[in-house]
Ligand binder design. Structure first.
Ligand code: GLV
Length: 379
């Protein structure tokens, strides 16, 4: 893992090790992938202000996220199907995050269930919720997250309908993969992956299988999920969920100042400035381009988290400079997971931690709380 010097190294390794359908599911975005690219390009455009001859010994990267201590301003974002990047992927990623002292978010669309992960780790994690049409099931999921002592509920609010991802359709991306000759040939060239997934606890959507009557078969389950995204979702549902969930609530998928104002009024603890990693509305602005406006409008009322294109400690620094308290990282750790399981996720976090540390030193900053706009170079 030591020769993996940046997230792109992990990505290239994951690309070799993980079947194409699952690698591309995580790697890709919606439609022409314009927003996916803009997320990265707009971050890269933000130059950092180099400072010299300032005493930068004893730098501190720790912070608080939702009032809880974190060893750096980073959390692992909810990603569906981690267990298809590597067997038991959710458990491995959660362990790596907790060992590093940062939050892990389990997706509703995970392979390992809430209970599987809770039994395998010794500290609380965050749970991400999709509100589906079957509200009884949603109530149950919230109860299960409460019973598992999840420390925050991350409510995804930008997926009332799924943005089309061309690559998933072309690859027959289902769980388990569609039995096409091309998929079988691809899997045959990835024996280590096949072994890890075979040995994993589960091979289907762990939070859903066994909880919906008559939906034991994976194909039925995938169809059920596809029909469950709810176009009627509204702020009333957020209120309903806030009433059921007694813990901290995070609203993920805010990209508009008006929506941010509404989010701040719900009493949620935090919002995530996000366009779902360029996987939903293609043509939407990059997350980083919207962050300063949202932080300015509601930053004093609600904690601001950020995701969208974060692949380095420099990117974390840029988001903090523009008003985020912390970043969520999705693909960066998924590449680590595909490349090397728990050690790969640990390496992804370590890479970003080291990059953030060196970036702070070379910009003359000693604590993450000090990072501000003045640390960006004037354009
Ligand atoms: C689900 O959240 C996805 O983006 O695939």
């Amino acid at each position: 893992m030591k020769t993996m010097t940046c997230i792109e190294d992990l990505r290239q390794t994951a690309r070799r090790k993980v079947p194409r359908a699952f690698f591309e599911y995580a790697d890709g975005g919606a439609y022409a992938e314009q927003t996916l690219r803009a997320n990265r390009a707009d971050l890269a455009r933000l130059n950092l202000r180099q400072r010299i001859l300032l005493d930068v010994a004893g730098r501190k990267l720790d912070t608080a996220i939702l009032g809880e201590p974190a060893s750096l301003p980073l959390a692992l974002a909810p990603i569906g199907l981690c267990g298809m990047q590597h067997g038991d992927g959710e458990i491995l990623a959660c362990r790596a995050a907790q060992a590093a002292g940062i939050p892990f978010t389990l997706s509703t669309m995970s392979i390992c269930s809430i209970e599987d992960v809770a039994a395998a780790v010794d500290r609380p994690f965050w749970f991400q919720l999709y509100v589906m049409k079957d509200r009884g099931f949603i109530r149950e999921l919230i109860e299960r997250a409460t019973a598992a002592k999840c420390s925050a509920l991350v409510l995804t609010v930008d997926l009332q309908i799924l943005g089309q991802r061309h690559r998933d359709i072309k690859n027959g991306m289902t769980v388990p993969p569609e039995l096409r000759l091309s998929n079988l040939l691809d899997i045959a060239t990835k024996p280590a992956w096949a072994l890890s997934v075979m040995r994993g606890k589960r091979k289907t959507f762990g939070n859903i299988a066994g909880h919906i009557k008559g939906m034991e078969n994976v194909n039925e389950l995938s169809q059920w999920i596809g029909g469950q995204f709810d176009p009627t979702l509204s702020w009333k549902d957020v209120e309903w969920i806030a009433g059921l969930w007694k813990g901290k609530l995070i609203l993920k998928g805010i990209l508009d100042v008006e929506d941010a104002r509404m989010a701040a009024r719900t009493g949620a603890a935090a919002l995530v400035v996000s366009n779902h990693g360029g996987r939903q509305l293609d043509g939407a602005p990059s997350s980083i381009s919207m962050l300063p406006k949202i932080a300015e409008a509601v930053g004093s009322d609600i904690e601001i988290l950020f995701d969208g294109g974060v692949r380095s400690g420099q990117d974390v620094f840029r988001a903090l400079a523009l008003g985020a308290r912390a970043c969520l990282s999705g693909r960066a750790y998924i590449y680590g997971l595909g490349a090397g399981g728990e050690a790969g996720v640990a390496r992804a976090i370590e890479i970003m931690r080291n990059e953030l540390d060196v970036t702070m030193a070379l910009t003359g900053v000693k604590t993450v709380g000090e990072i501000g706009r003045e640390n960006l170079a004037a354009m």
